[in-house]
Design a protein around this ligand. Structure first.
Ligand SMILES: [Zn+2]
Length: 114
């Protein structure tokens, strides 16, 4: 592939030109397989036990939410002030927006709007 601006030859999958820095429009390989991952840390509305902090953190880190909760619990037992961090996260971290279509399977026929 070649840079659309300066024409220099680029490695396949390069997101930016190494010469002029122009974005090639190609997304880095890591982000193409994680389309459902979110870039911001938010409290989960759907995967929550108390405030959704662990669920949101699990989604952000792409880990199992149960594992995150177990690690969190173990850490909090060993180091109780972490409980304050949870409460702080509860207050500071925003809630995710509602997912209106999350319950629908991928094969579900799309409703026509016209
Ligand atoms: Zn270029």
């Amino acid at each position: 592939m070649y840079c659309i601006k300066c024409g220099v030859k680029l490695e396949e999958g390069s997101a930016y030109c190494s010469q002029c820095g122009t974005a090639t429009g190609v997304r880095p390989a890591a982000s193409t397989q994680t389309t459902s991952a979110r870039s911001r840390l938010m409290r989960s509305l759907y995967d929550k036990k108390i405030a959704g902090v662990c669920g949101g953190l699990a989604e952000y880190l792409q880990m199992d939410s149960t594992l995150v909760r177990l690690i969190w619990l173990a850490c909090t037992i060993c180091f109780p002030p972490l409980l304050l961090a949870y409460i702080a996260a509860w207050i500071i971290v925003p809630k995710e927006p509602p997912r209106l279509v999350s319950a629908m399977p991928d094969s579900f026929p799309q409703a026509q709007t016209q």
